[in-house]
Each structure stands twice: as C-alpha cells, then as structure tokens.
Design a protein around this ligand. Sequence first.
Ligand code: MF3
Ligand code: CO
Length: 281
Amino acid sequence: MRLSRVPSIEIKTPGQFALMREAGLVVARMLHAAAAAAEPGISTAELDAIAEREMRSAGAQSSFKGYHGYPATICTSVNDQIVHGIPDPAVRLAAGDVLSIDAGAIVGGWHGDAAVTVPVGAVPDQVTALLQACELAMWHGLAAAVAGHHLTDISHAVQTSAQASGEYGIVREYTGHFIGSAMHMDPAVPNYGRPGRGPVLAEGMALAIEPMLVLGAPHNALLDDGWTVVTADGSLAAHFEHTVAITADGPWVLTAEDGGAGGLARAGARAAAASSGARRT
Ligand code: MF3
Ligand code: CO
C-alpha cells in the first residue's frame, strides 16, 4: 500500500530519447516553417496548415489535435493571447503583432513540444525586450535541468532570470510539464518558486519548460472558446518552450536543432549535445 503520494516520473531509455529527439526535430521544423510564414496578411489557419504539412511530410503525428478535443495542429496566440489560441481563417496577422506559435509532434509514440514568440514586422523595442526576456528565462530554466537538482531549481532559475530582465508579469496558472509517452505528464513545472523543492531530477527524465511573461499584470482569463488564455488587462504576452532531456552529460534540448548548445551558452551552461550531437542522433 502506498502511504504517501510519490509522483513517479517516467524514465526513458536511450532508444526512447532517440525517438523524442526525432519528434523534437519535427517540432523544430514545424515552428521554423510557421514562423517564417508569419508575415502581415497571412491567417493563423494558414500557419496551422503549413505546420501540419511539415509534420506529415516527416511521418509524424500531432500531439495537439484531438487532445481534450483541441481542433488544430498548433496553437497561435496573438498579442494579449498568452497561450492556446486556436488557428482561425478569420485571424490575419498585421504588422506590429506578436505571435506565439506552439507545436507538438509524436514519433513512434514519443512526444516533443516547443513554442516560440515572434514579432510580425516591426515592433517597439519594449516588445522586443519582452520576447528576449521570456526566451532567456526559458534558457536559464533549461540550464537547470540537471540530474541531482530539485524540480523547483528550474522554477527558481526561470523566475530569477525573468525578474533580472525587467518588470514583467510571470503567469502562474499555466506551467511546464514532464513529457514522454504523453505530452502532459505530472508533475507540473512552475515558472516561479523557491529552489530545492520537489522531486530530484534524474537521468532519463524529460520535461517541457515554458515561461509566459507579460508586459502588464500576470492575471488572465479564458475566452468563450474554452481554450484561448488572454491577459486580463489586455497587455502583450510572450511564451517560449523547449523539451529537454536530462542526461549524464547535462541538458539535451530535444526541440532545438543544435541540442541547445547556443541557448544554453547564453545562459552560462553547456549542452550535452554540444560535444556529442553526432552519436545521439
Ligand atoms: N504545448 C502546450 C502546452 O504544453 C500544449 C497545447 S494544448 C493543446 O501548454 F491542446 F493544444 F494541445
Ligand atoms: Co508544453
């Protein structure tokens, strides 16, 4: 009989990590294709079709479509939409918008999940700074995804980085998550908190780290479509996400083409894949 609730975290074999890497690279290509097409005039439904084509041509399946009834392959969240915006033929991008694109893919039953936020045309410096702060906070979280650390060491790294970058709101109601044979696995990975709490991270675990920062207050609301999360005050939001594997050599960012080498270096860490990318793919 279990006397206490100890969350059991899925441990992957090297072969399973290899499939997650394949899924991660598909996600990277989906995001790259959709982001490259995110010009004024295109609809978010067209971006969904572009990402879906990329996914299908790789022989992968969608993590998102059908997930609790979600109707699309990616999430497209514009301006004050924080996450889970539904691609829509009636939503056309305009210069000055900011667009979060979130994509997931399954290869051989194993998931990858990542998101980027991109400017559409020119945006004010303050908006560029928001996007950079959010991405850097994600990289600091990824750099803390090391065997022997506690889960909330990641949370604390994300929060500390975000706060060092400026006066941004950190969304609390939505979090990162563990990932593997399913997209969303327990426990949650908060983007704030004291270090040294939660389960000890171990080799073979994988998680998605996804900070959401806003220019105003972090409070949010759910639209009537049941999915789209918006800032309560209408302020702009940013969202970045990567899936990372915890390996003996350090964090291996499965959804980054370079395994995370570039981003982790910016956060002052070293990627597992930087020295061993060839043998891992
Ligand atoms: N990547 C998203 C997240 O982890 C998942 C999108 S929810 C879906 O929050 F319904 F679109 F799948
Ligand atoms: Co996610």
